[in-house]
Design a protein around this ligand. Structure first.
Ligand SMILES: [Zn+2]
Length: 299
């Protein structure tokens, strides 16, 4: 089983609704902070907890806020506590072609339209079947309102690429966020996030010995995060991930297997033995996909 969060955007909420959402958020946050100020009293119910309210809140939100406050034991002040709803209180329903969500507010239940992506819609269709609905949180980001809905779904782990015949070699580096070799094609992903890393790389290069290859040796947090993210997304898609030792991947010739430091000069790759030429990062990705398919020569 795999739990993911669907960020469902509320479709064009009116100013009146937005005011009510904001009020709900303010009351939820004030309630949480009142509980903290009172020393986090234990054993409260949605009824006895009403003594700590700063404004009206529906019981459903009170119950979830009690859980959230208990779960964040170390928080001294909640800057914001978004109101959340359990799977009983948030109801998702398809009306015609559109998905809607209904949830309790201060003055009763509202049903609002959602702007969902095709992928999200496909998962929502499966609710109550093999996809289980979890809690949902109402939040605002850059002036837009969302419901962060957690759903649990089964994961089918497919067989390895060698059996399905489809393998992608991904080389992560500093010049490109990722270079992918798939089915004989090479794809370059410059990536916005790579820009700041690149800047740091150039700063490092200026300061250090010029020959050292930071593209390989820098185990930065962002690369670790990217790896985790790829593994996570791949697992959801039923794709098996294997990690390949990057040593020599960009100095080994993918055609003849000759490995030499001289094969590579910056972004240029030229095999000293067979004369094969290519982009060094593309060669890296190619060698990675070869390593996964078991065709690469043993290092
Ligand atoms: Zn060669």
């Amino acid at each position: 089983m795999q739990t993911i969060t669907l960020r469902l955007r509320l479709h064009r909420p009116t100013q009146a609704k937005i005011r009510r959402y904001r009020e709900l958020v303010e009351h939820t946050t004030a309630f949480a902070n009142n509980l903290v100020a009172a020393g986090r009293p234990k054993g409260l119910t949605s009824r006895t907890a009403r003594a700590y309210l700063a404004g009206n809140l529906p019981s459903a939100v009170i119950n979830q806020a009690l859980r959230d406050v208990a779960a964040h034991r170390d928080v001294k002040t909640f800057r914001v506590l978004w109101p959340s709803f359990n799977n009983q209180n948030l109801r998702l329903k398809k009306v015609g072609d559109f998905w809607t969500a209904s949830f309790p507010m201060q003055t009763g239940r509202v049903r609002v339209p959602l702007a969902v992506t095709r992928k999200q819609a496909a998962l929502l269709e499966r609710l109550g079947r093999d996809v289980r609905q979890g809690a949902a949180k109402l939040y605002e980001k850059r002036g837009r309102w969302f419901l962060a809905l957690s759903v649990t779904l089964p994961v089918e782990e497919k067989t390895a690429g060698t059996e399905s015949g489809k393998i992608a070699g991904i080389d992560m580096g500093l010049r490109y966020l990722a270079v992918v070799n798939a089915g004989g094609e090479t794809l370059f992903f410059p990536g916005d996030q790579a820009a700041s890393v690149r800047r740091r790389y150039h700063a490092l290069r200026r300061r250090n010995t010029r020959k050292r290859d930071f593209g390989r040796s820098l185990h930065s947090w962002s690369f670790y995060r990217l790896q985790q993210f790829i593994a996570y997304k791949a697992r959801l898609a039923g794709i098996r991930v294997e990690w390949v030792n990057p040593k020599d991947t960009s100095r080994t010739c993918p055609r003849c297997g000759h490995c030499a430091k001289e094969n590579r000069n910056g972004i240029r790759f030229r095999c000293r033995k067979c004369g094969y030429r290519g982009h060094a990062d593309a060669v890296g990705a190619w060698n990675i996909s070869l390593a996964i398919s078991g065709l690469a020569e043993a290092a």
